[in-house]
Design a protein around this ligand. Structure first.
Ligand code: NAI
Ligand code: AKG
Length: 447
């Protein structure tokens, strides 16, 4: 059997998936680390596992028709990419954002397969969403869109088939509207979505899990070098679900968070964003839904810089927690030049391939999203468990399980990514996530 070679593999993938640069990027980052491992393990080469794993099980696209407050008929496009179901029901979030394309969801679905495998729980990988732009929409419009979206999606999902959840633009409010519509159409009360309200089957700590989990992962990376968060400064990007709970946990564990951001720019508070200030940000973002610029009117020591990102601020730690490709090669170099020792990704693929190369060259602690932000989907997995048992565990029980899972993910990354004197977490996460899915696919035979 001829060995795999990165360039020709990527040429074939690009040819088969034209116009999907984010999907190409996500596969390239994985393939670069996996191909040498596959060539050393011919069972994966012979079974063409990488070729099979980069082709989704299926993609579903559909029209979503809804009415705005003025009575105008609006049309969006919805998708669900059921990427790989070898180790469990498809699982992964829904993104509502004007930038969403099938290519975006294929990159996210591909990452999700490896991430879900790393959690140790039985979950396949999927992602879905729509090019619907929630910005400026009223509550009634959001509800009607969510109901219209679920009216088609419901026939493709199920508690043992595919269990969606939130992502950018989809939080507790949207999950509730979608769950209500599913229940109405299917006439069943099952755990078909996660991130639900605590009143109807949600799990304690799911809201906090991605941000907390990312900080727990960072704590494990620091512990390898005998270090911790105490007294360190941090830059966080984003101001949504993941960013908010990253800031909360970092602060609780002794770090001082200096930045957050949104689509319009970034906030720099040299005094640190403490719990009172974070509560103000949560009001601005979750209730008023306005720009972070408002923060500076209440806390005048802070500045809001328009159309810029936070990576030029001198910090010890960086937690990119907004979106993909929000940290490039030059910004990575600036972080390193300013003494940053750890980058831990709350977002999916926030660092460009060039940025990752800079982190690797400098051998800093770099936790890629598929490992560092896996706490969110892990607690979604535990929400499914609780729904099956018709039980609800306490916040403390779930948080303890989250900490344990993040430790196990870290250990798996170490096992496959230990190099001479440092840990290559990208290699560790990619191989660690791959092996379980690949072995299941081989066991199934040629399907
Ligand atoms: N919610 C979850 O449980 C999980 C989320 N993630 C990832 O974390 C990231 C953030 O997601 P959430 O906090 O859930 O979403 P969210 O909708 O609550 O917040 C998104 C944040 O990112 C910012 N943002 C979005 N697009 C941007 C752009 N193009 N440029 C600059 N800023 C932008 C928004 O202003 C907002 O602050 C995403 O990459 C998502 O895929 C990863 C694992 C689980
Ligand atoms: O909780 C889930 O199922 C989705 C989480 C997710 O979309 C992600 O990990 O990127």
């Amino acid at each position: 059997m001829q060995e795999l070679e990165l360039n020709s593999f990527m040429q074939g993938l690009t040819r088969r998936n034209p116009g999907q640069p984010e999907f190409h990027q996500a596969v390239e980052e994985v393939a670069e680390k996996l191909i040498p491992f596959i060539n050393e393990n011919p069972k994966y080469l012979d079974a063409k596992i990488l070729e099979r794993m980069t082709e989704p099980d299926r993609t579903i696209s559909f029209r979503v028709t809804w009415q705005d407050d003025e009575g105008n008929i609006r049309v969006n496009r919805g998708h669900r990419v059921q990427f790989n179901g070898a180790i469990g029901p498809y699982k992964g979030g829904l993104r509502f954002d004007k930038s969403v394309t099938l290519g975006t969801l294929k990159f996210l679905g591909f990452e999700q397969v490896l991430k879900n495998s790393l959690t140790t729980l039985p979950m396949g990988g999927a992602k879905g969403g729509s090019d619907f732009n929630p910005k400026g929409k009223t509550d009634g419009e959001i509800m009607r869109f969510c109901q219209a979206f679920m009216t088609e999606l419901y026939r493709h999902i199920g508690k043992d088939t595919d269990v969606p959840a939130g992502d950018i633009g989809v939080g507790g409010r949207e999950v509730s509207y979608m769950y209500g519509q599913y229940r109405r159409i299917a006439n069943e009360f099952t755990g078909v979505l996660t991130g639900k309200n605590l009143a109807f089957g949600g799990s304690n700590a799911r809201t906090e899990a991605t941000g907390y989990g990312s900080v727990y992962f960072g704590r494990e990376m620091l512990a390898v070098r005998g270090d911790d968060y105490n007294g360190k400064t941090a830059a966080v990007s984003g101001s949504g679900n993941v960013a908010q709970y990253t800031v909360e946990k970092l602060t609780q564990l002794g770090a001082k968070v200096l930045t957050m951001s949104d689509r319009g720019g970034f906030l720099h508070d040299p005094d640190g964003i403490d719990s009172e200030k974070l509560a103000h940000i949560q009001d601005l973002k979750n209730v008023q839904r306005v720009s972070l610029a408002e923060y500076a009117t209440k806390y005048p020591n802070a500045t809001y810089t328009k159309n810029a990102r936070p990576w030029g601020v001198k910090v010890d730690l960086a937690f990119p927690s907004a979106t993909q490709n929000e940290l490039d090669e030059n910004e990575a170099q600036t972080l390193i030049d300013n003494g940053c020792i750890l980058v831990c990704e709350g977002a999916n693929m926030p660092s460009t391939i060039g940025a990752i190369k800079i982190f690797e060259k400098n051998q800093i602690m770099y936790g890629p999203g598929k490992a560092a932000n896996a706490g969110g989907v892990a607690i979604s997995g535990l929400e499914m468990t609780q729904n099956s048992m018709r039980l609800q565990w306490s916040f403390e029980e779930v948080d303890a399980k989250l900490q344990d899972i993040m430790k196990k993910i870290h250990s798996k990354c170490q096992k496959y990514g230990q190099e001479d004197g440092w840990v290559d977490y990208v290699k560790g996460a990619n191989i660690g996530g791959f092996v379980k899915v690949a072995d299941a696919m081989i066991a199934y035979g040629v399907i």
